[in-house]
Ligand binder design. Structure first.
Ligand SMILES: C[S@@+](CC[C@H](N)C(=O)[O-])C[C@H]1O[C@@H](n2cnc3c(N)ncnc32)[C@H](O)[C@@H]1O
Length: 159
């Protein structure tokens, strides 16, 4: 994912990057090491323990400017991207490594899948020419998002 980002969303463009379900922050720290500005890197996770851990790791890696926020991606808006005050439409790159698959396993109160809300929410956060990069099982719902991203989205198949 880091290699793809470097090739398609260059460091020199100062992209605002948000990871959906950032866990302990491994991917964001790898992007920081690859040269992306830490103040433009953010992660959201609905687990406060995960966010706490990611912030602890950030301290040990001199990466405290990387933002980690407790946020349920399906029902809350993440804080706006740095320098782009509108909470909607401010992100140049959205990343998902395993989160869509995790949400797809959940059931809501009516027995449906909460994941149906995901593509529209992701789409609203992206800038007009933004990119969405995901590692997941093949998902029909995400075709919508791929179109929204003008075919620039990559759906990577996980083994
Ligand atoms: C499979 S883990 C992947 C973590 C990280 N991306 C990685 O690769 O190490 C999925 C993560 O998504 C988070 N998550 C699941 N549903 C979420 C939601 N609705 N909003 C925010 N985070 C969510 C979980 O707490 C978990 O940290």
């Amino acid at each position: 994912m880091v290699d793809w980002a470097l090739e398609n969303v260059p460091v020199s463009s100062d992209p605002r990057i948000l990871e959906i379900g950032s866990g302990n922050g491994t991917l964001l720290f790898a992007l920081r090491e690859a040269g992306y500005s830490p103040r433009y890197l953010s992660g959201v996770d609905y687990s406060s323990d995960a966010v706490k851990l990611a912030r602890m790791v950030a301290r040990t890696r001199n990466s405290e400017e990387v933002g980690f926020h407790v946020c349920d991606f399906l029902s809350e808006l993440p804080p706006p991207a740095s320098g782009r005050p509108d909470p909607l439409g401010g992100w140049d790159l959205l990343l998902d490594k395993g989160t869509y698959d995790a949400i797809a396993l959940e059931k809501d109160a009516s027995g449906g899948s909460p994941v149906t809300a995901y593509p529209m929410r992701a789409s609203k956060l992206l800038r007009e020419d933004g990119c969405f990069l995901i590692t997941c099982k093949p998902q029909r719902d995400l075709v919508f998002l791929a179109h929204r991203c003008a075919q620039r989205a990559i759906l990577q198949k996980r083994s």
